[in-house]
Design a protein around this ligand. Structure first.
Ligand code: GLN
Length: 490
């Protein structure tokens, strides 16, 4: 029973179903692993073994008495610290919300509870999901399980590292510009950013509302499929969720690549990619052709604007969303010495927010201010439409697009913290997906010569998750894509 943490999500689900082990056995195995790895990985913000064990006991009791709620009953899951769980702290890894307890469950949490999942503690993240390395957390820096001198990616780095290190089989993250896909790629696991409007954002602390989506991480594709099938669908509490778009996990199957039109990027402009990422991409294209896929080189020139467009829109929306943290309504309150209300606002926000969050509030406030609105925010909105139209025209020509998820493998801790622009460029291949609202998944694609994981991103048209996930399972059958997760954390 000792090494259950090494099992894939599918094996866990199967073993629980057949009664090979109990939910308590699983939770024990994950917590033994957490005890051993957490000091190095720092994926979790707390480790509440007792709470998780109690939930597992209740689940086991249901199974024993024939009252299992669902096929997922008793499976452990972890959630990012920006998703509200009733009665628990939801801090977004910010000092301003350090002691804030959620009064309600996010819709994704109630959907998981309804199916009997067991909750492991909240995971570390960049403050308010702003970052690409998890170094912007106000509390701790998570490390990459493949090499603990490197970052796990961000902003959902805690969730990705927890799954990669075998501390939990599946987890939730949020993705505004790449925060599920990029850490999934750098940690050697699967991570899905669903179509905008597929999964409720009710109870997700907003960063940039027109871009944010919650999505799953897993150590195998089935975990992504199952979590997506549980979480997706209309929610009256989030009016951006859509009706009438069904998803059936039974329709997700690996299919032949024969005749599939795959859109690819010209690699002559890819000078900022690591040579190992470039080589992997070229190899994968060749393997797809061998399998009968028809590769079409697409013109990605408009996408060179996606970083500036994304950072204008995301910062504008965050400056507005974060105005609610004023020292009065939530979290930290610092009374100014003058006793004036304005000083209370200023002191609370100055002490509560970290540098990157402040930088973005300033950028966003500037681009929304009168006199600059049309030149910056207004223009970015127009350019965003261009990106969306480009995807529409791509999907008239191809069934799916293949790109690397990240231009490089995991970089060293501290390597980019002094240069925000370099950090922003980590998202050069992911942000356009959020701007257009299309779904995309990062799939493990093998390791490089230094033993670091490489991930490939597949993108389809809006609401095509069934075919996206089918393509992802087919990709996993190509040669040299399997990544063995680290058994020893060094
Ligand atoms: N790294 C990007 C940013 O800092 C994306 C973050 C995210 O997807 N939450 O905005």
């Amino acid at each position: 029973m000792k090494e259950l943490f090494k099992l894939s999500y599918s094996k866990i689900k199967e073993g629980l179903g057949k009664g090979d082990f109990s939910s308590v056995d699983l939770v024990n195995s994950y917590y033994d692993r957490i005890d051993e790895s957490q000091p190095k990985i720092k994926a979790f913000l707390e480790t509440n073994r007792e709470k998780a064990t109690n939930q597992a006991k209740i689940s086991d009791e249901r199974r024993r008495s024939g009252k299992t709620i669902s096929e997922f009953d008793g499976i452990p899951v972890a959630t990012k610290d920006n998703i509200c769980v009733s009665g628990e702290i939801t801090s977004c890894c910010s000092k301003i919300l350090e002691n804030f307890r959620s009064p309600y469950d996010a819709t994704v949490i109630s959907r998981l509870k309804d199916k009997g999942f067991v909750f492991l503690p909240r995971t570390n993240m960049d403050e308010f999901a702003m970052g690409s390395s998890t170094e912007n957390s106000a509390f701790q820096t998570t490390t990459n399980p493949f090499d603990t001198t490197r970052i796990p990616g961000g902003s959902s780095g805690g969730s990705a590292a927890a799954v990669s290190a075998g501390m939990v089989p599946i987890a939730l993250g949020s993705d505004t510009g790449g925060s599920i896909r990029q850490p999934a790629s750098l940690c050697g696991i699967w991570g899905l950013k669903p179509t905008y409007g597929r999964i409720s954002r009710y109870g997700l602390v907003a960063y940039a509302s027109s871009l944010d989506q919650i999505g799953p991480f897993s150590n195998d594709i089935q975990g992504v499929v199952d979590l997506f099938s549980v979480l997706n669908g209309r929610d009256e509490k989030d009016q951006t969720t859509v009706t009438g778009k069904s998803f059936s996990s039974t329709n997700v199957k690996p299919k032949s690549w024969k005749g599939v039109k795959v859109g690819v990027m010209p690699t002559n402009k890819a000078s900022d990619w690591s040579p190992s990422v470039l080589k992997k991409y070229e190899d994968m294209k060749k393997n797809l052709e061998k399998e009968g896929a028809i590769l079409k080189e697409l013109d990605f020139s408009v996408f060179s604007y996606s970083i500036p467009i994304y950072y204008l829109i995301a910062t504008a929306e965050c400056s507005s969303n974060l105005s609610r943290f004023d020292g009065i309504r939530y979290g930290l309150r610092v009374e100014g010495s003058s006793g004036k209300l304005e000083d209370l606002y200023v002191e609370s926000r100055s002490k509560g927010f970290g540098d990157e969050v402040k930088r973005r509030i300033l950028l966003g406030t500037f681009s929304l201010s009168s006199g600059y609105y049309d030149a910056y925010y207004g223009k970015a909105q127009k350019a965003r439409v261009m990106i969306r139209k480009q995807y529409d025209s791509f999907f008239k020509e191809v069934d799916v697009i293949l790109q690397p998820t990240s231009p490089t493998t995991a970089f060293k801790i501290g390597e980019k913290t002094k240069d925000p622009i370099q950090m922003y460029l980590a998202d050069v291949l992911t942000t356009s997906v959020n701007l257009a609202g299309v779904p995309a998944i990062s799939c493990p694609a093998g390791i490089d010569e230094n033993g670091l994981p490489i991930g490939m991103q597949l993108t389809t048209s809006h609401f095509e998750e069934e075919s996206l996930l089918s393509f992802a399972s087919s990709l996993a059958q190509l040669p040299d894509t399997t990544i063995t997760l680290p058994s020893k954390i060094q």
